[in-house]
Write a protein that binds this ligand. Structure first.
Ligand SMILES: Nc1ncnc2c1ncn2[C@@H]1O[C@H](COP(=O)(O)OP(=O)(O)OP(=O)(O)O)[C@@H](O)[C@H]1O
Ligand SMILES: [Mg+2]
Length: 260
């Protein structure tokens, strides 16, 4: 079971948009996907039109009740093959302090590995215990960033947090890639920023960009993944391309996507 952590310390870099739409795209390829929303903004459930019934049915419940099981907070979504462990929008992020391994423990459930092929974890834009829990539970990290020249500092800060974890408590964690999001169509700008990113992170670590597309915002507002909301949009095309590349990097077979 691969566990992909979507993270960037900076807010608004499309982490949630990527988590929801990549999850839906992989689910359409017959992979069984679990989306875990660690961000108490709760936007993953919104983006999938999922209603959350009570604090005890959220992933954050794990941090309040040491005996709570992840399986008990997982709900199905209207997207087939896609389940969610939604966030508690009233969770105070300080409550997670003290145990960086809680999520990892909860995920060590044998049933979970039988139920899902891929887990995607959306994280809050902060460097707190919830992010640490995600990084200790993950096997891959994906960093969406908005490609302009000022955006790299946040990514560099994240890399400084990642490195000690990857070389210490979680040696299974690898970088899946850096993902340019809301990328401009301006070829020159795109090229110059990409060259800078390739210099910083290594060209082979860059993932194919998600371009700017207002339809991605509209889809989120409508509570549907882009592949259902606007299947022929640029956003839908870009997420299909991203899913191809992710499966290639994970060395997983690539079944073709179901329609709808
Ligand atoms: N490719 C895109 N084109 C246009 N708008 C986008 C794109 N990706 C994301 N957005 C919009 O940008 C805003 C921020 O996206 P999102 O909420 O996914 O970022 P985030 O990193 O999860 O934010 P936060 O740090 O608050 O969790 C949203 O309004 C979203 O609809
Ligand atoms: Mg978010």
């Amino acid at each position: 079971m691969h566990v992909i952590v979507i993270t960037n310390r900076k807010g608004g870099t499309a982490k949630t948009t990527v988590a929801v739409n990549l999850a839906a795209e992989l689910a359409a390829r017959q992979l069984r996907v679990l989306l875990i929303d660690l961000d108490s903004q709760g936007h993953c459930a919104v983006g999938l039109g999922v209603r959350v019934e009570g604090a005890s049915r959220t992933v954050h419940h794990l941090f309040r009740d040491p005996s709570a099981r992840l399986a008990d907070v997982i709900q199905e979504t209207t997207v087939s093959n896609l389940s969610i462990a939604p966030a508690d929008t009233l969770f105070n992020h300080g409550q997670g302090e003290g145990n960086d391994l809680r999520l990892k423990q909860a995920m060590a459930d044998a049933d979970l590995a039988l139920r899902f092929d891929i887990v995607i974890i959306d994280t809050p834009p902060s460097l707190d215990a919830l992010l640490m829990n995600a990084l200790h539970a993950g096997t891959r990290v994906m960093v969406p960033y908005v490609p302009h020249h000022l955006s790299f500092e946040g990514v560099r800060q994240l890399v400084r947090v990642l490195f000690p974890i990857m070389t210490g408590p979680n040696r299974a964690l690898k970088v899946l890639g850096f993902l340019p999001t809301m990328a401009s169509d301006s070829f020159r700008l795109h090229r110059s920023v990409n060259a800078a990113a390739a210099g910083d992170f290594g060209a082979d670590r860059l993932l194919p960009a998600i371009r700017n597309d207002i339809k991605l915002s509209e889809a989120m507002g409508a509570g549907r993944p882009i592949r259902q909301f606007a299947p022929s949009s640029r956003g839908a095309q870009d997420f299909a391309g991203l899913a191809d590349e992710v499966l290639r990097r994970l060395e997983m077979p690539q079944p073709s996507a179901a329609v709808g």
